[in-house]
Design a protein around this ligand. Structure first.
Ligand code: C5P
Length: 217
């Protein structure tokens, strides 16, 4: 893979949909690393383990047979052959994922997996999005971007996405997850050499263009 684009940011910053759209425009592959953490959280819950117990999480890592597509036009996530593309978005998975993601063995395991996916991609480039891509997974990426937005903007975008839940439930769950996650990885400040794109006052297309500008320079 010639060009590696690393995109980090908090939940609701639009990083997933923006990265996907940018990948389509460039005919690049796309990797949603949050989906992998979610798939593991789903697997932990499914196997009856307690996501809050690191030892139980580490045990389920052994039987974690996971695959994720890198086509920005629609990537499926599978765990042991089961299509979990939809179920990893359930609130019970969102509530469990931070506890799973803070286990160092989990991060090491998934980071190695992400690096092999990046290496083996057969496209000219790949956009990888998550929380620690610019700093840990691909610190030497061609382009490194921190996508931010005000908390208010992020909350309202997320609650518009998840129309079935009440806006305040979404806001509370999201704040809780961001707080837990930022104790493990600092995804709110740009590391050295990382370009910040603030989407608070940009619409979707403008944000995609801003990201493409960074990739092209
Ligand atoms: O991006 P998304 O919100 O789907 O990520 C789900 C969760 O996965 C995050 O809340 C975080 O706990 C974890 N995550 C992580 N490191 C990444 C990507 C996601 O810890 N690179």
């Amino acid at each position: 893979t010639e060009t590696v684009v690393a995109v980090d940011g908090p939940a609701g910053s639009g990083k997933s949909s923006v990265s996907k759209a940018a990948a389509k425009r460039l005919d690049f592959a796309f990797l949603d690393t949050g989906a992998a953490y979610r798939a593991l959280a789903w697997h932990v819950l499914e196997s009856g383990a307690n996501p809050e117990q690191a030892t139980e999480v580490i045990s389920s890592l052994g039987g974690f047979d996971y695959s994720i597509g890198t086509d920005p036009d629609g990537y499926a996530v599978h765990v042991s052959g089961t299509d979990v593309t939809e179920s990893i978005r359930e609130p019970r998975v969102s509530a469990a994922v931070s506890a799973v993601a803070r286990v160092p063995e989990v991060r090491a395991h998934l980071t190695a997996l992400f690096r092999s996916i990046i290496r083996d991609s057969d496209k000219a480039g790949i956009i990888v999005e998550g929380r620690d891509i610019t700093t840990v997974v691909a610190p030497d990426a061609t382009a490194r971007i921190l996508l931010t937005a005000s908390e208010e903007a992020r909350m309202s975008r997320r609650s518009a996405e998840l129309a079935t839940e009440s806006a305040s439930d979404v806001a509370i769950a999201l704040q809780k997850r961001d707080r837990a996650d930022s104790r493990v990885v600092d995804f709110m400040t740009a590391a050295d050499g990382v370009v910040t794109v603030d989407s608070t006052n940009l619409n979707f297309d403008e944000t995609v263009d801003a990201v493409l500008d960074v990739i092209r320079t």
